[in-house]
Unconditional design. Structure first.
Length: 178
């Protein structure tokens, strides 16, 4: 990846976060998220790189590629409805705990992501619902609308939720066919 630290100066991150929907607390929360991302990039970790690779590969083999996730602006708008002070305080506290630095230690496995998601759900259930659960349902609904065989590339934090929804839907389909 051609990322350079100067691409994400604090000033640029601040300007980008100020444009986010919501009040001041939401803008500060977005700034903290951008700052975390900057730190990961500086350590050579590029979350979401798997999506770029999947798109390149689908193009290479002539397969169609569909974006099935909810638009980020919709997610941010939903987050702006979460209690602002709670959201900001929890983001600050999580930042101090440096949860994201564990990614650098090559622990980025499904079980690790499951553990982090579980911690986040306990600490911040409203945020977890918007960022994980609601998007799991959105992506699941989009996936179920396709016919035939498909390959889905989703963030690891969404795999358990989508698989559970899929299993429940399949069980429901089986019971309806009896």
């Amino acid at each position: 990846m051609n990322w350079k630290p100067e691409d994400a100066t604090l000033y640029k991150l601040f300007r980008k976060s100020i444009r986010a929907p919501g009040g001041l607390c939401m803008k500060i929360y977005i700034f903290i998220l951008y700052y975390r991302s900057r730190q990961l990039h500086a350590n050579g970790v590029f979350p979401g790189l798997e999506f770029k690779v999947a798109m390149e590969e689908s193009s290479r083999v002539g397969a169609r590629c569909f974006y099935i996730d909810q638009d980020i602006d919709v997610t941010r708008q939903q987050l702006s409805g979460v209690s602002s002070f709670d959201l900001l305080w929890k983001a600050y506290r999580d930042y101090r705990l440096s949860v994201c630095t564990d990614f650098v230690d090559e622990k980025y496995t499904r079980s690790f992501v499951r553990e982090i998601s579980s911690i986040q759900k306990k600490r911040c259930p409203d945020v977890s619902k918007v960022i994980i659960e609601d998007r799991d349902k959105f992506m699941f609904t989009n996936l179920r609308s396709f016919q035939g065989k498909i390959v889905a590339v989703v963030g690891m934090a969404h795999m358990d939720g989508i698989e559970l929804l899929w299993k429940l839907a399949e069980e429901g389909d089986d019971s309806n066919n009896r």
